[in-house]
Ligand binder design. Structure first.
Ligand code: SF4
Length: 401
């Protein structure tokens, strides 16, 4: 058996309705489309099993959308297909995103039975007014019911998603909410800043957003509120020791993963590719199968997407397909690695790329150290607290160079 490890991401693009800030590929649809989608997803699983079936899968992440919106039999269908066709490690981390308002005890018990051992609950805020502005379907009480049911069913690894920078949010409402969540004692807490994206309903609205200083104050208070019980291991992620999300760490460390489903992104053999964003194309594509040899040759670089217009130029199979250059790899190593609190291992960079990190990025590193945004401890280069405030500025300096 091939002992190469791989992570698997599965995208379930369905939601009850669209939130006002959301720019993910997610939408409401009928049951027939959901059934057709899961059939196509299973066909895709079978196809990739021909290429990666003997890899060892150590993480699975089922994201969305709202995966918990699916009737439980459809979840069972694709999970059974996955387990039958891939070697899933006995101690694999198997995460699923779930939204309050779409869960019940029967679903939750089935998830457990299917091998799902980590649930990420999308709460965003404990305040009804803020949830309403965001367009979320739940209130705090519904979230609490979901959390209690998960514990009752024996889930011992739960993440709660929160947001800062929400319209109407104040420093006090954020801090109060964070304390309430800490009281619940989840193993993991993710806190992202709201970004108002073009094309979302928020983009054209006049929003009462917290100002920059207030938002920064919120972010700086997070470690103080969470204290020693949680540690920050990535710019937006806090966990108890041993409960860091192993799947997401793969992204930041540039380890290999396979994305299945609509718009799902993969990173294999230093090649990044992304499935079509069009659900009709996705479903019709997997009605016919037998493309695994061509895909393997594409990933191995034996064929190019240009030689396979069916796969690329007609925008049917992949919306993106790129073999990374050496500069791309180094650039990614920098801006992804700097997301993590432990930062980048300086000697590892040289071992990986055969060039010293200072030879490649010395000027930039020195500039940001001088600005107090980067620091070095022993063999690691990492963002300082001030650097985390200005992370986008530091990262952008390593992009495309
Ligand atoms: S639940 Fe998540 S994926 Fe669905 S619309 Fe809201 S933000 Fe987007």
């Amino acid at each position: 058996m091939n002992h190469k490890k791989i992570g698997i991401y599965i995208h379930i693009p369905f939601c009850v309705r669209k939130c006002n800030y959301c720019d993910f590929n997610s939408f409401d649809t009928d049951l027939e489309t959901k059934i057709n989608y899961i059939n196509a997803l299973c066909a895709e699983i079978l196809e990739y099993a021909h290429i990666f079936g003997d890899y060892s899968v150590d993480t699975v992440f089922i994201g969305g959308g709202t995966p918990s919106i699916l009737p439980v039999e459809l979840t069972r269908q694709f999970m059974d297909c996955l387990f039958k066709n891939f070697n899933i490690d006995t101690n694999a981390e198997i995460s699923m995103e779930a939204n309050p308002g779409t869960l019940d005890l029967n679903k939750i018990k089935t998830y457990k039975e299917l091998g799902i051992n980590r649930i990420s609950l999308g709460l965003q805020s404990t305040v009804s007014k803020e949830l309403k502005v965001l367009g979320r379907i739940h209130d705090y009480e519904t979230f609490l019911d979901s959390f209690r049911m998960l514990r009752e069913a024996g889930f011992k690894n739960i993440n709660i998603d929160l947001m800062n920078g929400i319209p109407e949010q104040t420093y006090d409402s954020f801090i109060k909410g964070l304390k309430m969540i800490k009281e619940l004692n989840p193993e993991h807490i993710s806190i992202y800043s709201l970004i108002v994206e073009e094309g979302t309903p928020f983009y054209n609205q006049k929003l009462n957003l917290p100002d920059e200083d207030e938002e920064r104050k919120m972010v700086h208070s997070i470690p103080l509120i969470l204290g020693d019980e949680y540690h920050q291991y990535e710019i937006s992620n806090y966990s108890k020791k041993g409960f860091e999300c192993r799947h997401n760490i793969k992204y930041w460390r540039r380890e290999e993963y396979l994305g299945l489903g609509l718009s799902a992104a993969s990173f294999i053999n230093e090649t990044r590719f992304k499935n079509t964003d069009n659900i009709r194309d996705y479903i019709s594509l997997f009605k016919k199968s037998g493309s695994s040899d061509i895909i393997k040759d594409l990933i191995d670089g034996k064929l190019t997407t240009k030689e396979n217009p069916k796969f690329y130029d007609n925008n049917i199979r992949f919306s993106e397909f790129e073999h990374l250059s050496n500069d791309d790899k180094m650039s990614e190593y920098m801006f992804l690695g700097l997301r993590m609190n432990e930062g980048i291992c300086i000697s590892e960079f040289e071992k990986t790329f055969g060039i010293s990190i200072y030879q490649k990025y010395g000027d930039k590193i020195n500039l940001h150290i001088g600005e107090g945004l980067l620091d070095i401890y022993e063999d690691h280069l990492f963002l300082t607290e001030k650097g985390r405030d200005l992370a986008n500025y530091v990262w952008s300096d390593f992009v495309g160079d």
